[in-house]
Design a protein around this ligand. Sequence first.
Ligand code: SAH
Length: 278
Amino acid sequence: MRSTADPDLARLRFVLTRPSHPGNIGAAARALRTMGFERLALVAPARFPDPEATALAAGADAVLATAALHATLPDALADCTLALGLSARRRGVSLPELDPRAAAAVVWTALRRGETVALVFGNERTGLENDELARCHVMVRIPSVDDFSSLNLAQAVQVMAYELRMVERADAAAATTTAPAREPPAGGADMERFFDHLFAALHTIDFHKGRAPITIEQRLRKLFLRAKPDARELRVLHGILSDAERMARLAGRATSEQTAQQGQDRAAGAGKGADGDQ
Ligand code: SAH
């Protein structure tokens, strides 16, 4: 399982408080396993172990086998520095309230800081009691509709586990996209040298054709400043511009040689004419 790869996961647990249906314990184990989590803690379950739990775990047996059993919620939270209580209803306890997505971000930040975190779920019928919620730092409410707000216990576990996985994946993706050591973007002076070269080259190739260059120069400036090229990329761009300038000069020389030749031809022709006149 993944916890060996990510030590932070060993400090995250899903706590089911007084679950009455063993099937929900199994389904919660399955929900955790599908999202790559594995630490289940059970506070005074009505029946556990139980064949119904095993059946609904659908193969997530290791999660059940390693589930921690506690007599009370304070026992389950003894080493936790952050506890988030999931509740469909705002109880008499006033706690900061988050939705699962925001809660997932909070959980990962805490885990990355080395904290031990619990997500606490309530009993199927009563939910989390006030004294249970009072042990939590934050309340998490899945934004269900007001007149039918209560999800099945294992489904609430699934929603939370899914949101946690999404944050984990986003973090991993961000880490890999920023990972390749990229050269830092070129500094202002280098960018200005590049712009001088670019604008001069545009003149050389007669890009503006008599129009005022200012608008296009501003657009190009914006484009290249947004791209943040590094020194190596600027070298390539300078190379392209130098080649374009060289080709323009060659073409210009060829044209002027051609013009000169034509001039000479014309002069010679005129001479001939003059000769003929003679
Ligand atoms: N009848 C209970 C609901 C129990 S559902 C009540 O009204 O509180 C079992 C557990 O699933 C809840 O204690 C809670 O931890 C979780 N749960 C269900 N629906 C939820 C929701 N909309 N938001 C957050 N947690 C929810």
